[in-house]
Design a protein around this ligand. Structure first.
Ligand code: TXA
Ligand code: MG
Length: 342
């Protein structure tokens, strides 16, 4: 969306609603966020209630471009400012030590804070209008806990439209990136180096090119991140992922067994109950993935079958989200083939 197409009256109304402690959903380049004033613990608590999310899960604080890091964070390593300069506004979240004046509600009681400056023009306009650009908007993805993240305003309305918990949904079109921001933990840099808590559009290699250190995979002592729970981003319909050759065979067997399959694929495959073909590039696949999972979830299928994407580094974010969506559906194909169809 071009900045001249922004509805400034809606932005101002949303900023005032946030200042009064209400919840506002807004577009970012990754996914839509469910925002509240990060310095208002009651408003932050309302996010947890609306999402049905446990209170001890931290949320990311979104900042306007140019906002000073040292208002929000303490003991800021030079690497943090270098990454902000390189990737903000953009899909990178940094975990830093929390400044003493920041309420612990935003970090689920941990002594750190997650900070990100999004690049979506509507998000930037909102962050500039809110508290004169000096505030922070705490925002998890605007979905119920554990469900697929929204990449369209309609996804947010579908999930929260009925319950009255969200006062406004700003519409900024389809999120460009389509999967959540990369999260890098710099809060224990001196002892543990940088740690990649969640892969995303900005790769570990791109981070290493700026700070000369390759972020490592999280260890047991790394901060908790709900987007890193094994089962997350999951539709209601079971999800299974298979390589192209196996999947071709599975489709024949499931069809013979009378099962309805909703297929998410990228190569030529036989037709099914429902199917969506996604682009073969990692960026194109990520952009379309969550809308595809939601659409296939609405097809009344027994199973969402996903053609496993390639394993290369650029596909890390997509594979991470798909693995979590499929978690808990282990053995589902076998089960469907071996039980009689209803
Ligand atoms: O792209 C995104 O990051 C989107 C958009 C709306 O900005 N937001 C998002 O928020 O994905 P959420 O809450 O769904 O996921 C944020 C992740 C969670 O896994 C949370 O636990 C982690 O960030 N996180 C936030 N603050 C943290 C902290 N202080 N320490 C460790 N993890 C943190
Ligand atoms: Mg989320």
């Amino acid at each position: 969306m071009a900045s001249e197409n922004i509805d400034q009256a809606a932005i101002e109304a949303a900023a005032r609603a946030l200042e009064q402690g209400a919840l506002v959903a807004f577009p970012t380049e990754t996914v839509y966020g469910l925002g509240a004033d990060a310095e208002n613990p009651a408003a932050v608590a309302a996010i947890y209630a609306a999402k049905g999310r446990p209170q001890d899960h931290p949320v990311i604080v979104h900042l306007a471009p140019g906002a000073p890091l040292d208002y929000w964070a303490a003991d800021i390593p030079v690497e943090a400012q270098a990454l902000a300069d390189a990737f903000w506004p953009g899909p990178l979240t940094m975990i830093l030590k929390r400044a003493p004046n920041i309420p612990d509600a935003v970090s689920g009681g941990q002594d750190t804070v997650g900070l990100r400056c999004p690049s979506h023009p509507v998000a930037i306009a909102l962050l500039r209008a809110f508290k004169g650009g000096k505030g922070g908007v705490a925002a998890p993805s605007a979905n119920k806990f554990g469900a697929v993240s929204p990449t369209l305003a309609q996804h947010v309305r579908d999930e929260f439209g009925q319950d009255g918990s969200v006062s406004m949904v700003l519409d900024g079109g389809a999120s460009m990136v389509g999967i959540e921001s990369t999260i890098v933990d710099l809060s224990r840099l001196a002892t543990h180096g940088p740690v990649l808590l969640r892969p995303g559009h900005i790769s570990a290699e791109a981070i290493a090119a700026v700070i000369d250190q390759l972020p490592s995979a999280p260890d047991a002592a790394a901060p908790r991140a709900s987007g890193t729970l094994e089962s997350h981003y999951a539709p209601h319909t079971p999800v299974a992922m298979q390589d192209s050759a196996t999947l071709r065979q599975t489709l024949l067997e499931l069809a013979a067994a009378g099962r309805k399959v909703a297929l998410i694929h990228y190569s030529d495959l036989p037709s099914t109950h429902a199917a969506l073909r996604l682009p073969t590039t990692p960026d194109g696949f990520a952009h379309a993935l969550y809308a595809a999972l939601r659409a296939m979830d609405g097809q009344g299928a027994d199973l969402i079958l996903v053609e496993a994407p390639p394993q290369g580094g650029a596909w890390l974010g997509v594979n991470d989200r798909l693995r979590r969506a499929a978690h808990g559906s282990t053995g589902i194909v076998h089960g469907l083939l071996n039980q009689a169809a209803p």
